[in-house]
Design a protein around this ligand. Structure first.
Ligand code: ADP
Length: 402
């Protein structure tokens, strides 16, 4: 029997998200999350799917990623789908930063792992955790192909004029300072899925994709290729996010150094963890922010308005970059669920052919759908993202082509 199952691992510094997917028919067999790894209060949530099994929660200390993967393996074993299973074809790893070298899903060997390590200075928050996840999985199944799927890969097609910062070229090249973009797996999946929803050939389509989760990014996609995206050297640039500032005058950093005596790490922490919606109103959950606005909370109102203002600027910018837009597509936690954000983001853009139908927009659901009125020249769509499925598909395609 040819193995057809792919285990997808998304390893963070203190968490591992996973899904087991059978690529023979795309069935999701299990999903789960190990969280607070290394802390006293670690926990594992495991949900077998398709077998009628109940979600299982285990609250026990997971000292490190090895312990977490062992616990995940035990849970999968209990459902007869353990890590030793001969049906497992490969493990697909989400890797955040692939730099200039990795533009495709890549089979991991020692040289590849070394190169991912070399990229740690440009992704200090993410790549170390991804590397730990890979090493842990290699220890458990050294015989199994392990594939890295990079968040930056989809954006590697960006033209030089979008990827370069206007700074001294020698300095930029010496230190690999350029715009890489992130959330690429999501932008790739969502733009292809949107083309299906629109019943159009992706090669003919110009799309603006808005991935609005806790991290948020926009991309301009033309003919299935990314031509610009809002995140840059790191995932800090661009839109206002849950805890990140997005675009800011770089001189703010020098200013805070000079007048507030903050060192680089302090400013890094400020812009990445204490900014965005949290910095503006103390809260990053859009549901809570909307509730507070309904109760008359001024700080929440202003935070929402700043968030929308930035979003609108990117819609306008990418409209100009693309010249013609067929659809604006919303995805991720906020994009999929927040009707007020979608409505506000396109409000007043009727002259650009953009509009949202109030009733369609308010309707919930977890399937791809159009929310623009029949007459709208530019379609507005909601397409739930599925980064795990995309990673599984790319991993499976690579191992079956070998
Ligand atoms: P990430 O993967 O970046 O952690 P998600 O894509 O899961 O983030 O998005 C998480 C965010 O989505 C939450 O912080 C919250 O603001 C928002 N969100 C989730 N559900 C809803 C909802 N029903 N309405 C509005 N916002 C929501």
């Amino acid at each position: 029997m040819t193995p057809t199952r792919i285990l997808v691992l998304n390893s963070g510094s203190s968490s591992v998200k996973y899904q087991l997917i059978d690529m023979a028919d795309g069935t999701r067999l299990a999903t789960g999350l190990a969280e607070r790894i290394g802390e006293e209060t670690s926990a594992l949530h495991h949900r077998p799917l398709g077998t009628g099994g109940e979600e299982r929660r285990r609250e026990e200390r997971l000292a490190d990623h090895d312990a977490a993967l062992a616990a995940i393996g035990e849970q999968l074993d209990a459902d007869g789908m353990g890590l030793e299973s001969p049906q497992l074809a490969a493990i697909g790893h989400r890797v955040v930063h692939g730099g200039l070298r990795f533009t495709e899903p890549t089979l991991i060997d020692d040289a590849v792992l070394k190169e991912i390590e070399r990229l740690v200075p440009v992704a200090p928050l993410h790549n170390p955790a991804n590397i730990t996840g890979i090493r842990t999985a290699q220890r458990v199944r050294p015989d199994l192909p392990q594939v890295a799927v990079f968040d930056t890969a989809f954006h590697s097609a960006m033209p030089e004029h979008a990827a370069r910062y206007a700074i001294d070229v020698e300095t930029a090249d010496a230190h690999r300072v350029r715009r890489y973009g992130f959330h690429g797996t999501s932008h790739a999946y969502v733009s292809r899925r949107a083309a299906r929803l629109l019943e159009r050939d992706p090669a003919q389509l110009n799309l603006i994709v808005l991935h609005l989760g806790n991290g948020a990014s926009a991309s301009a996609v033309s003919g299935g290729r990314c031509v610009d995206t809002s995140m840059g050297l790191t995932p800090l640039e661009g839109l206002v996010m849950g805890t990140r500032s997005g675009d800011i005058d770089p001189a703010v950093v020098f200013h805070l150094r000079r007048v507030a005596g903050m060192d680089v790490d302090a400013v890094d922490e400020l812009l990445n963890k204490r900014s965005g919606l949290v910095g503006l109103c103390g809260e990053n959950d859009m549901r809570v922010i909307r509730r507070r606005i309904d109760e008359g909370d001024e700080a929440a109102r202003l935070a929402f308005d700043i968030y929308i203002h930035r979003l609108k600027k990117y819609i306008g910018a990418y409209y100009a970059v693309l010249g013609r837009v067929d659809a604006v597509v919303f995805t991720a936690g906020v994009g999929e669920n927040s009707a007020p954000v979608r409505e506000a983001a396109v409000a007043g853009l009727e002259e650009l052919g953009l509009a949202v139908d109030g009733e369609l927009n308010a309707r919930g659901g977890d399937v791809p759908r159009l929310i623009s009125p029949e007459y709208a020249r530019v379609k507005v769509a909601v397409v739930p993202t599925d980064e795990e499925l995309e990673i599984a598909q790319q991993t499976y395609a690579l191992v079956t082509a070998r």
